[in-house]
Design a protein around this ligand. Structure first.
Ligand code: AMP
Length: 223
């Protein structure tokens, strides 16, 4: 299996070749075709499995057609629990999209908000954010989520551990109902199943036992 066979196009293939990636990891082999297909995806996966490229590469491909983001709008919203992870995901997005004309930004708390507001003025195709700062930016009218095409929740279990459930619940009604949603978590306790039920299409999770999602897979065991 090659990245090309998974359906990625030349600008992305060039960027991943520069990174030295030769073959897709198991989660990439599963996630890339599903995301390209426009499906909602829920995956049990940890950091270190290559999950960031697993969702970022097909998102870039999907965004490469279609209109660029308009002022104060974002086309893809990636939520992460910590600023470190946000920065890391943002770096990956920038690396993988370097031969494309897509724009991206990273926002998180603990730093001045004004430069982040400036960055959002023209709109960005991909925004990586921590939930608390995102809510602040929305409250200050620095951005609107009404044209989000793809939502990614990364490390959902950590987000819930850090108490971000209220922020996430506040954000969801601001998103268009017609969107693609991707959901990644290392563990799938009942609370996470309930959140997935609300966020994903065709999702019916009950304590992790009754999984009927558009696309669900576990890559915890490396398979
Ligand atoms: P992640 O699980 O997304 O945090 O990725 C873990 C590490 O694996 C990162 O340093 C990536 O650059 C690297 N990586 C991701 N996909 C591949 C791949 N297909 N081949 C080799 N390395 C990869």
């Amino acid at each position: 299996m090659t990245f090309k066979e998974l359906g990625l196009s030349a600008p992305i293939l060039k960027a991943i070749a520069t990174q030295g990636y030769e073959t897709p990891s198991p989660i990439q082999a599963k996630a890339i075709p599903a995301v390209l297909d426009g499906r909602d995806v829920m995956a049990a996966a940890q950091t270190g499995t290559g999950k960031t490229a697993g969702f970022t590469l097909p998102i870039l491909e999907n965004l490469s057609t279609g209109r660029r983001a308009q002022a104060n709008h974002v086309r893809t919203l990636i939520l992460t629990p910590t600023r470190e992870l946000a920065a890391q995901v943002g770096e990956n997005v920038a690396l993988y999209s370097k031969h494309m004309s897509l724009t991206s930004a990273v926002v998180f708390g603990g730093v001045k908000i004004n430069p982040q507001m400036m960055k959002l003025r023209k709109g960005v195709d991909i925004l990586v954010a921590t939930p608390g700062r995102l809510v602040d930016l929305i409250d200050r009218r620095a951005l609107t989520l009404s044209k989000v095409e793809i939502l990614v929740l990364d490390e959902v279990d950590q987000m819930l551990d850090l108490g971000f459930i209220h922020a996430i619940r506040r954000l969801v009604p601001l998103l268009p109902q017609k969107r693609q949603s991707l959901f990644f978590s290392a563990t799938m306790p009942r609370e996470i199943g309930a959140l997935a039920d609300d966020l994903l299409r065709f999702c019916n999770l009950y304590g992790g036992e009754n999984i009927a999602c558009d696309m669900y897979f576990s890559c915890l065991d490396g398979n």
